[in-house]
Ligand binder design. Sequence first.
Ligand code: PEP
Ligand code: MN
Length: 285
Amino acid sequence: MLYNIAVDDAMKPFKLASWDKKGSYTHIKIDSGAEPLLIGEGYCTIIAGPCAVESEEGYLQIARFLREAGAHALRGGLFKPRTSPYSFKGLGRQGLEIMLEARRITGLPLVTEIMDIRDLELLGDNIDILQVGSRNMQNYSLLEELGKLHKPILLKRGLSATIEEWLLAAEYVLDGGNPNVILCERGIRTFESYLRNTVDIGAVALLKDLSHLPVLVDPSHATGKWKMVTPVARAAIAAGADGLMVEVHPDPDRALSDGKQSLTPENFLKMYEQVSQISRLVKNL
Ligand code: PEP
Ligand code: MN
């Protein structure tokens, strides 16, 4: 008996994130937009926007477009984790005002990355979904602080994280008392270097079996190439993802970050149409 308990514990190190433990899927409700938004099994939530908020005019233009196109939430980086300290690192506080204006105009909830717990005061009250980026997936003190909130946390997979490490990172937030965790597969580092990362579509299907948490895919950071974004987005939804987070820029050639992986508005429309069709099919399976 004791032996069985030990085996079970060893096999399920993530307790609160496990599907077996809860027995039903988690749906995360966001009430701050014009219409309530539900994220989880049975829905196909599209979060879209530029990598970073760059200017008021550009952000409001793309936000208006995305609202019309059917996106459910707006993304935009304010504090950007850049590989080089000399790259554009985001507009910070000034960019937040622009995002808030975009929410006022469109009614869409906002998603941005929190890199440092010192920014919680600024972002916590204003942003609807706080993103923990790949580079911070194992920043346990940040995860513990986010566990004290009730706000939805979009937890991206670490650059080289195993699925177990990723679920245990989610466990930190859940164990802190915050049940609102969304997982986001964004590709991992492998020996392959042609694409920016190697997207783990199998992980999507596996997570929907292992865990009750919503699973999104970010085909932009997963591939690094805009031409690959739509095919990977299709694959993600076909594999059972509950939605996508995708980078869209009004003029990708002039983007201050990640232009090469950003869809134009026109290409976003094509992706959206294809993904919607697949989503309808998958939900009826
Ligand atoms: C992002 O979504 O802006 C981002 C930096 O992604 P990741 O943490 O997956 O690299
Ligand atoms: Mn980016």
